[in-house]
Design a protein. Structure first.
Length: 392
């Protein structure tokens, strides 16, 4: 069964390669050319470090993680490292005998990564010393979630497994129906107040109680449409929770807002996306499958603005930095858009590799002034950027 599933996933990757999701350039619309514009922000490099082999040439979403003033980076070749966010100084480095495909998650004094073979490694966040290892049912493509009482891991086969925070023993496992053909991605659960919100490849969003894995509700956010298997793909991406509302998007599916207590759909838009979203003020920021950047009214889903200047540049998930929405692209550029209008206001290249995960924005240091924007490329280049308004 696992072999059959792996073959079907490989077929999915091959089919969708022609759609630009997995790195193939056959029959793909060319990326939009970058054109000059009046800069409104001055973006400068604070520091930059090579951290390892990055994604190793695979289409992985190896995200940055942070605890306080420390950043954590996982590389496909098994290297996990910690860096001081203020100046990029390396604090520790650990090499695991495994291929990392999901990581890193951090919290409660731990850094946790997942591997191609479903292994889960928990390291001490201060020293990098291994604390425990565990086994999930299948390949892990999403960063583990570290909560107050457990570590929660979503695996490619549709299972969510809870492991003990201090010992790594399995606490519970929740299974879910899984279609044969998927985007070869796994949604990272959103954690809030003892509940996990997880999106699945069949278009359903599920709320799980973290104490025992009991399913509190299931909501069908999107239904498959189309005449072939690729057109019917509706994998949900990474849920976003705030103030008793869960936002979720999906490929060939919808962007939707749901009541976090009941799963009732508050509104939905037929948009296709496989990135996580960003929420700020009254706006929800979405990057579509073809790299349109959109701002939606979070109360209704109505369009506030759309930016098409970066079409097909394989944009990362968005992050919010001061007045800007920041995304990375396939050539290592960070693109800065006005949160209010969607206009491009800055651009800065950080390296040769692509940027596939959302930049991490954090205020670091004693003064807690303007935040820094931390960007990780697929080649393992980690860069800290500062920004300020351009002088008139």
């Amino acid at each position: 069964m696992r072999r059959r599933l792996a073959i079907l996933m490989a077929m999915a990757a091959g089919l969708l390669g022609g759609c630009g999701l997995f790195g193939s350039h056959r029959n793909v619309a060319p990326p939009a050319k970058l054109r000059p514009f009046p800069a409104r922000l001055k973006v400068t490099r604070v520091w930059s470090r090579g951290t390892g082999n990055g994604t190793g040439g695979y289409d992985l979403g190896l995200r940055l993680a942070r605890i306080g003033g420390t950043l954590f980076v996982a590389n496909e070749n098994g290297t996990v490292a910690a860096y001081r966010a203020q100046d990029g100084h390396k604090l520790w480095r650990r090499r695991l005998k495994a291929r990392i495909t999901g990581g890193a998650g951090a919290g409660q004094g731990l850094v946790v990564v997942g591997t191609r073979r479903g292994r889960v490694f928990a390291l001490d966040a201060r020293t990098g010393v291994p604390v425990w290892t565990a086994q999930a049912p299948s390949e892990i493509l999403a960063a583990p979630v570290v909560g107050p009482h457990g570590v929660y891991v979503a695996s490619l086969d549709g299972h969510v497994t809870a492991f003990g925070l201090t010992h790594g023993h399995p606490l519970w496992i929740a299974a879910h129906a899984h279609p044969a053909l998927t985007l070869f991605l796994t949604a990272r659960p959103a954690y809030a107040s003892g509940i996990l919100y997880e999106g699945y490849a069949n278009g359903e969003l599920v709320a799980l109680r973290t104490t025992d894995g009991e399913r509190l509700w299931t909501s069908a956010v999107a239904q498959p449409r189309g005449g072939d298997a690729v057109e019917r793909l509706i994998d949900l991406a990474h849920p976003l929770y705030t103030q008793d509302i869960v936002y979720v998007d999906g490929y060939h599916g919808a962007v939707a807002a749901l009541d976090a207590r009941t799963g009732r759909i508050l509104w939905g838009r037929p948009l296709s996306s496989y990135r996580s979203m960003a929420l700020g003020g009254q706006s929800l920021y979405v990057v579509t499958a073809h790299s349109r950047v959109m701002a939606l009214a979070n109360a209704s889903g109505g369009t506030m603005w759309t930016q098409k200047a970066l079409l097909n540049r394989r944009l990362s998930s968005p992050a919010l930095a001061g007045p800007a929405v920041v995304v990375g692209d396939l050539a290592g550029y960070t693109q800065w858009l006005s949160r209010r209008t969607g206009q491009l206001i800055a651009r800065k290249r950080v390296g040769e590799g692509a940027i596939r995960v959302a930049p991490l924005v954090a205020s670091i240091g004693k003064d807690r002034g303007l935040p820094l924007v931390f960007v990780l490329t697929t080649t393992g280049r980690l860069t800290a950027l500062a920004f300020r308004p351009e002088r008139p």
